[in-house]
Unconditional design. Structure first.
Ligand code: ADP
Length: 688
């Protein structure tokens, strides 16, 4: 593993602080040295020449080399030069021994070569030992300092790695990255064979075994473990060994599994957070590891750094999961609310009545389509505005403001507003307000419902008109009857027979008129009340009209009017109520006879007509009578309407209204026109 070399401080072979190499070509000198060091603690090694000296220096690592200067072959100077230039030996001290008195030149040359001391022959044992001891002391101190420096450098390097581990692991919150990085750094710091991080996974109930081995990518393997395995068990070396063996047996992973029996190869440290083990880190070596105290405390520091980082990542992922769940919930709720809102809006917009909702300060919160149409403004320009705004001027806004100011919980007001769909006409609006209150009775707004009651009001008006009409029509015949009866009562013995008969006939005529008025009124009231259900049965119109014409022929003949019936078929079959068909025909033929002077004629034509794919029965009643001015056509079918109310021809003014009601009930139609022979022509079409 090259990486480990770059990350540990290089230490060359240590010098032996007791070993001295003596280099001399004269054997006697070597012997002399042996004698001199006999009782000392130094161990001597010898070399007979310069090259042997160099070789021994490399092999034996003496802390001191005592060398002769003048030797055949490699001189002492040359040896010194070579020793000082070799990394392996350069720290060894050199003492030159010379037989000659030292010349200053020689001393300078020797010192330049890196020699530490000179000693000249002859010398005393004490002098030699004193010098050697002095050099040895110096060397030992130097070596110790060097050792310390190496240790400090090594410790620094390791602290640097720990620091790198701390920075890298805490700067990431991604668990996988933290694990990969942690394992890589543990490799660098401890130079192990394999690093294993064991962590239980709560969600899968499995143990995740993260493995990084020399020369292979780190992997994470989920392993099933027996239930009840406590987190603290994870740091049991036996368990780690058995899990690794299992993994090795089951999968073909590119790493060597240590023999499970050799537990000495495994070092485990639990990852403890808040007094609870969250996993364990195991380190596997090739050789049993002897932990120095420093190394052990480094491992503990590294594990606690990794534990904190893992814990942070787990916490972060929990927070993230929580956030994600929260976000999903918020989205769901928002969607539900939007759906709810759409539903409410759909309901509101489908309501025919206008609906406005105000908040507690009379600002508009909601108004549906019908309300927008009634106030003549769209929702965009109104929502969020106060109803007291000066720009909101119209009788309807006044009405809304009146209700908003009303202190009653429920209030009602009415207003007429111009009908924009029918210029010139008005809509009658009835507005109901209800305060919106909370459970505690606090008013938080108001709902106002605007109902278009125009049709109801119209019916009310019609009813009032009808009643006025009935009363009015009753008055005249009743007045005539009262007058005639009082005359008869007062003067019956004085009046001639002829006069009495005349008065009685007049009373009879008025009673007849009253009877038809009451009958017609009843018929119409029944239509109005919806009491007459639309009965349908098969009726032969041709036959029914034939019978009726026969019945009325006498009446026509009395007036010298020709009454003719023609039918395109003797069997025109209709699905209708025969009684109502009879009323219809009777009213039309009766009018024709009534409004045609003597000598004229009335024709009833029956036929069939195709309108698209629908077939209808056609009834036409024509006369040669007084006719009807075209501008009267529209009002002709109104109740009590008579073209010339002053004419003497009796009538109630209700006949054509009844005809119109019947035609409408059977989805038919009626038109009036001038007859080609100068009278009127009424055409009725009734679907078969
Ligand atoms: P009534 O006949 O009792 O007056 P109706 O409702 O039947 O009431 O008719 C309304 C009015 O229509 C009549 O008063 C008359 O002025 C006019 N009218 C109806 N039918 C004819 C007709 N065939 N020719 C001329 N005027 C008619």
């Amino acid at each position: 593993m090259n990486e480990q070399n770059t990350n540990t401080v290089s230490i060359h072979k240590e010098l032996d602080p007791n070993k001295i190499l003596v280099v001399d070509d004269i054997p006697m000198n070597l012997e002399l040295m042996k004698i001199m060091f006999r009782d000392s603690n130094y161990e001597l090694v010898f070399a007979n020449n310069g090259s042997e000296g160099l070789e021994k220096a490399q092999q034996e690592s003496p802390f001191l080399i005592i060398s002769d200067i003048q030797m055949p072959g490699m001189s002492g100077f040359e040896l010194c030069k070579r020793i000082k230039s070799d990394d392996q030996t350069k720290d060894a001290a050199v003492i030159f021994v010379t037989a000659h008195a030292r010349s200053s030149r020689q001393v300078r040359e020797g010192l330049e070569m890196g020699a530490d001391e000179y000693i000249s022959r002859p010398f005393e044992r004490d002098e030699l030992l004193a010098r050697v001891n002095a050099v040895a002391r110096l060397k030992r101190a130097e070596l110790e300092a060097q050792q310390q420096a190496i240790l400090v450098a090594q410790r620094n390097k390791e602290l640097e790695l720990l620091n790198e581990l701390a920075v890298a692991t805490t700067s990431s919150l991604d668990l996988q990255r933290i694990l990969a990085f942690s394992m890589q750094k543990l490799f660098q710091i401890f130079n192990a064979e394999m690093i294993v991080i064991l962590m239980p996974d709560e969600s899968t109930q499995k143990l995740i075994v993260n493995i990084a081995s020399a020369g292979a990518e780190s992997i994470a393997i989920p392993v099933s473990v027996k239930p009840g395995l406590s987190s603290i068990d994870l740091s049991r070396r036996k368990l780690v060994a058995s899990i690794l063996t299992r993994i090795g047996n089951e999968h073909n992973y590119p790493f060597t599994i240590p023999h499970p029996d050799n537990l000495g190869l495994i070092t485990t440290v639990p990852m403890v957070s808040k007094e609870e083990a969250i996993g364990a880190i195991a380190m596997i070596d090739r050789q049993p590891r002897q932990f120095a105290e420093v190394e052990w405390s480094q491992l503990i520091s590294a594990v606690s750094i990794i534990t904190v980082a893992i814990e942070n990542a787990q916490l972060f992922s929990k927070v993230q999961n929580f956030n994600r769940r929260l976000e999903r919930k918020v989205q769901e709720r928002t969607r539900e609310l939007a759906e709810e809102k759409d539903k409410v809006e759909a309901i509101l917009s489908s309501i025919v009545d206008g609906v406005l909702v105000l908040d507690a300060n009379n600002y508009l919160v909601t108004l549906n389509n019908a309300a927008q149409e009634m106030v003549g403004s769209d929702e965009e320009s109104l929502i969020g505005r106060s109803i007291t705004s000066e720009e909101l001027v119209s009788p309807l806004w006044n009405c809304i403001r009146y209700l908003a100011d009303n202190s009653e919980k429920i209030a009602t007001a009415s207003v007429d507003i111009p009908n924009i769909n029918k210029p010139g006409s008005y809509l009658s609006i009835q507005a109901h307000s209800a305060k919106v209150q909370t459970d505690t009775g606090e008013t938080i707004g108001m709902a106002i419902v605007l109902s278009d009651v125009t049709a109801i009001m119209e019916v009310e008006r019609m009813k009032a008109r009808f009643m006025a009409g009935v009363t009015h029509e009753l008055k005249t015949p009743l007045a005539v009857i009262r007058l005639h009866t009082s005359n008869l009562a007062a003067y019956h013995d004085r009046l001639s027979q002829e006069k009495r008969e005349q008065l009685l006939k007049a009373i009879q005529a008025q009673v007849k008129q009253l009877t038809s008025l009451v009958e017609d009124t009843l018929k119409l009231s029944r239509f109005d009340a919806g009491a007459d259900s639309i009965e349908r049965q098969s009726v032969n119109l041709s036959q029914l009209a034939g019978q009726l014409v026969d019945e009325m022929r006498l009446l026509a003949e009395e007036k010298e009017i020709a009454l003719n019936l023609s039918a395109s078929s003797p069997d025109i079959i209709l699905n209708a109520d025969p009684k109502k068909l009879k009323w219809l025909l009777n009213n039309l033929i009766d009018n024709a006879i009534k409004f045609t002077p003597a000598g004229g004629s009335v024709g009833v034509q029956l036929g069939l007509d195709m309108e698209g794919s629908k077939q209808s029965a056609l009834i036409q009643v024509t006369d040669t009578g007084i006719g009807i001015p075209v501008d009267e056509y529209e009002r002709l079918f109104d109740r009590f309407y008579r073209v010339d109310s002053a004419h003497t021809i009796p009538g109630t003014g209700l006949g054509l209204s009844i005809v119109k009601e019947i035609v409408t009930a059977y989805d038919g139609s009626i038109t009036v026109a001038n007859s080609p022979d100068g009278g009127s022509m009424f055409s009725v079409s009734l679907p078969l």
